[in-house]
Design a protein around this ligand. Structure first.
Ligand code: FAD
Ligand code: NAI
Length: 497
């Protein structure tokens, strides 16, 4: 009796404690404190973008010594690793975004956030021009502001290789509304296939889901789609769902080139079990509203009819990035993206522009992992510069007040230390990808150079918990957990918004 009572009491104490802690953080998250106003005597940092690079910078920067301004056409941060789950309704789109103001309102000094597109950067006069491109505008929509430092992290846009039909007919998977559009189109294809009198040929086309690109985006999307069909569509659309086919087209001889051979083989066999066809060495040449035109390994051209086409063929520099490069023609010659030095300073504008993430061309893969580490690094650089500035001010003051030699040399030593800014160092935490049927693949570097390559259900649990721990806020963690639980209980919703 005594033992069980103690266990029960301990349980109650732990449960109450956890609930109390949760409630405390929820309360904190909803009650941002008062902030210092922006101060015209401080330097201005303009941050372009609200994605991985920028948000990581905003989380880590000490705003006391700076006036920070954020400009992005999206007033939120999107947790891209879970975006494929939104295409089939496993997760609600709102669960994986964090309003930028939820980050900036917790900084010591007020941070200005403008929902607008940066249209022009003048690196000589140090100004940016941005425009409110949303549907509703006030009388002011185009504005130019000066900066002391510019942080450029606007990511990339989808690579279409100039194929007109891609922009017109395919869906991408980059932004939140892309994922929502895919979901709506998918249900639309299924509903149209179910209409009375539809010919077999047309049913076949409408239910053919084609994914172009065997990189992680294409693979994860195809995996989520297959899960949706197997666990939900089959039940609610028995007459059509078993005719649904998924084909993944990849130009190279292999899918997932960044993963090890073992994991590529494991993914291929999982896809085979799940009847996802992989066409490697097939290059998409053209797209119209019903067919994709591919060049097969033998060199002939073939039309593949589709109902839904998801284009995940990689990324390319945004027009703004090209324009910035063109304004620094001597220093910016890399066609892949912005050239930066090992301190993330933009070559040609080292004193004032820093560039992060996918917009840059570095030796690191264009991943969230690299962008967020670069953002955190740059925040530390700014914090160190602020410290340096303060120390220099103190030294000047001390000199004016004829301070003694030991105080002056102490300050000089501190200044020397603060002036040493270390270069950016990337630490690879591993690569993870979801491949369907509750399986994931992981390539995780352990001590030294050993790689653990693992796949399967345990890796899937690891995949879920890793993303759970990476999600920036308690709110997002709670929403994602609730979505997973909802789908576990009721399955995914098959209605179209
Ligand atoms: P982004 O995060 O793309 O942010 C760019 C920001 O710039 C956005 O806020 C955008 O609104 C803004 N912007 C655009 N134009 C302008 C403009 N003119 N002016 C101002 N702002 C502008 N990486 C991983 O490491 N692991 C993963 O599991 C993973 N999964 C992914 C899944 C998907 C579906 C996708 C698409 C990508 C995934 N990635 C993953 C890659 C990762 O998302 C990118 O590498 C990362 O987003 C790059 O960060 P960034 O800051 O450079 O750009
Ligand atoms: P990607 O560039 O990695 O892959 C695109 C693929 O499309 C390439 O394999 C390319 O050969 C193929 N392709 C291009 N044009 C084609 C054509 N015309 N016909 C057929 N195939 C064609 O792009 P992706 O997958 O969007 O990834 C971008 C970045 O984001 C990568 O760095 C990736 O590591 C990262 N990412 C990471 C994820 C993860 O770790 N789980 C998930 C998603 C993205």
């Amino acid at each position: 009796g005594g033992f069980f009572r103690t266990v029960r009491r301990t349980f109650y104490v732990i449960a109450l404690g956890s609930l109390g802690t949760y409630a405390y953080f929820v309360y904190q998250g909803r009650h941002p404190p008062d902030q210092l106003p922006q101060d015209p005597t401080k330097k201005t940092i303009v941050v372009l973008g609200s994605g991985w690079g920028s948000t990581s910078l905003l989380k880590n920067i000490d705003t006391e010594e700076y006036n920070v301004v954020v400009i992005s056409p999206h007033n939120y941060f999107l947790f891209t690793p879970l975006l494929p789950s939104v295409t089939v309704g496993t997760l609600d789109g709102r669960s994986i975004v964090q309003p930028t103001r939820h980050t900036t309102r917790f900084k010591t000094r007020e941070v200005k956030v403008y929902e607008a597109d940066c249209e022009y950067i003048d690196p000589v006069n140090k100004t940016v021009t941005f425009e409110d491109c949303s549907e509703i505008k006030g009388s002011v929509s185009k504005v130019t502001i000066p900066y002391d430092y510019l942080v450029y992290s606007v990511g990339t846009e989808n690579q279409t290789f100039g194929i007109e039909g891609v922009k017109k007919h395919a869906c991408f998977l980059k932004e939140l509304n892309d994922a929502e559009k895919i979901r709506a189109r998918l249900i639309d294809c299924v509903e149209s296939a179910a209409i009375k009198g539809q010919s077999d040929e047309e049913i076949d086309r409408l239910l053919h889901m084609v994914v172009v690109g065997g990189g992680p985006t294409g693979i994860e999307y195809a995996a989520e789609l297959r899960d949706f069909v197997e666990s939900d569509l089959i039940r609610w659309y028995p007459e059509v769902a078993n005719k649904l086919r998924v084909t993944l087209i990849e130009a190279l001889p292999n899918i997932l080139p960044m993963f090890s051979q073992t994991l590529i083989k494991y993914t291929e066999s999982t896809f085979k079990e799940n009847s996802i066809d992989i066409l490697t060495k097939h290059m998409v040449k053209d797209v119209d509203n019903r067919d994709v035109l591919v060049k097969t390994p033998s060199g002939e051209e073939k039309k593949i009819p589709y109902g839904l086409l998801v284009w995940a063929a990689g990324n390319t520099a945004r027009p703004l990035t090209r324009q910035l490069m063109a304004s620094l023609p001597e220093a910016q010659k890399n066609r892949r993206g912005l050239d930066v030095d090992d301190h993330m300073r933009l070559k040609g504008a080292e004193d004032s522009i820093f560039a992060l993430g996918d917009a840059t061309a570095t030796q690191f893969a264009p991943t969230a992992q690299a962008a967020s580490q670069q953002g955190a690094y740059l925040a530390r650089v700014f914090n160190q510069l602020a410290r340096l500035n303060l120390l220099e001010g103190k030294l000047e003051e001390a000199k004016k007040n004829n301070a003694d030699a030991s105080e002056l040399s102490g300050l000089e030593r501190q200044i020397e230390k603060a002036a040493k800014i270390r270069p950016f160092k990337y630490s690879h935490q591993g690569s993870l990808a979801y491949i369907g049927s509750e399986k994931a693949i992981a390539d995780i570097p352990l001590l030294g150079n050993n790689q653990i390559a693992s796949g399967g259900v345990v890796t899937f649990m690891f995949w879920r918990s890793a993303y759970m721990s990476m999600l920036f806020s308690l709110r997002n963690r709670s929403l994602v957990a609730a979505d997973w639980f909802k789908v576990f209980l009721f399955g995914r919703d098959v209605s179209r918004e």
